[in-house]
Design a protein. Structure first.
Lengths: 139, 200
């Protein structure tokens, strides 16, 4: 078994940003590529619709990460209902588990893709837990 | 692609998109396992991430464990709950005629497809010597329960393989070769039947 390589950062990502064929616009940046380049793992959010049980399972996982030194963010996309993040249902589930809501970055398919890519990269690069929290958990 | 045309969908183990889910010292990548994602996307697969059963049950700071330790009624019940959470989406894919495959994590006590890790002696204080578990040809607990849920719904068994990350010594080139052979065999099988691989 090798030394552990985990990046300690995780993004909640809507299905249409992972499965690009289903996305509302071809102008979106390659989110998976950006996450990989910045060392993020991801938790895939389901497409629009009723996903009570699955969202509760996802909230359990986010809570576990958030309580143990992992940085969690959410990346949404304008033009998909609720930005694809199921925030109306997910936010109360997270609050109920004592989790501060992750910072959100919303992609805009109506804007220039190169600019959106830069904005996304800046968001991903710039976010992490405070240094003291990192030291506490990340040996 | 036509809106209703059959698609190719890969159900993939949670940690193949998120190595933070791995047990301590088990992460070989920072986040996304890019060789798996590249191989699937290059062949036109949509990705459907499965929940991680171990993380939600035993936490992110859990000890290493083998199949026998997770083989408990409580863990199986937990896995059934997760299976019930994701099965409606899988059922939707299959009912609309999509080709659905499963990529697990070989060697994992939970997500192993071809192989899982075994040692009936593990338990108690976690001071086992290194590498004293065996790799045995068997599904992990989570995959067993997921497949059982699909059977309960009257759905067919899915073609499946595992990315060999938890086999003791990780060989990325070998794992990649294995995965690509599996995916190419799917393409050939579809081709010999004279249809699109995404067709039902």
């Amino acid at each position: 078994m090798s030394e552990d390589a985990r990046g300690w950062r995780i993004a909640l990502v809507p299905d249409p940003l992972i499965n690009v064929g289903a996305s509302p616009s071809a102008a979106l940046p390659d989110v998976l590529g950006a996450l990989e380049a910045n060392g993020y793992g991801l938790l895939q959010l389901p497409p629009s619709g009723e996903h009570r049980l699955l969202l509760a399972v996802i909230a359990d996982q986010v809570a576990e990460y958030a309580h143990h030194g992992y940085a969690v963010v959410a990346i949404g996309v304008r033009e998909v209902g609720g930005d694809g993040l199921h925030w109306r249902r997910l936010a109360p589930l997270l609050r109920h588990r004592g989790v501060a809501l992750p910072p959100r970055h919303i992609l805009r398919p109506d804007r220039d893709a190169a600019v959106e890519r830069q904005r996304l990269t800046a968001f991903l690069t710039g976010y992490d837990l405070p240094a003291a929290e990192q030291r506490r958990w990340r040996l | 692609m036509e809106q209703n045309a059959p698609r190719k969908v890969a159900l993939i183990a949670n940690c193949l998109l998120n190595q933070n889910a791995k047990v301590c010292q088990g992460a070989n990548y920072r986040g996304v396992v890019s060789p798996v994602v590249e191989a699937l996307r290059r062949r036109g697969y949509l990705l459907q991430q499965l929940p991680c059963p171990e993380l939600a049950f035993a936490g992110v700071r859990r000890w290493w464990a083998v199949y026998e330790q997770y083989d408990t009624p409580a863990y199986r019940e937990h896995c059934r709950r997760l299976a019930q959470a994701i099965a409606p989406q899988i059922e939707q894919y299959l009912r609309r005629g999509d080709e659905v495959i499963l990529i697990g994590l070989d060697g994992s006590p939970s997500t192993g497809v071809r192989f899982t890790s075994s040692n009936p002696d593990w338990g108690g204080r976690p001071n086992r010597p290194e590498d004293d578990w065996e790799i045995v040809p068997r599904r992990g607990i989570w995959i067993e329960e997921l497949e059982a849920e699909l059977v309960r719904r009257g759905l067919p068994q899915l073609p499946a393989t595992g990315w060999a990350l938890d086999m003791g010594r990780f060989d990325e080139a070998g794992a990649r070769r294995d995965l690509e052979e599996f995916l190419d065999s799917r393409e050939r099988a579809a081709g010999s039947q004279g249809k699109d691989p995404g067709a039902p």
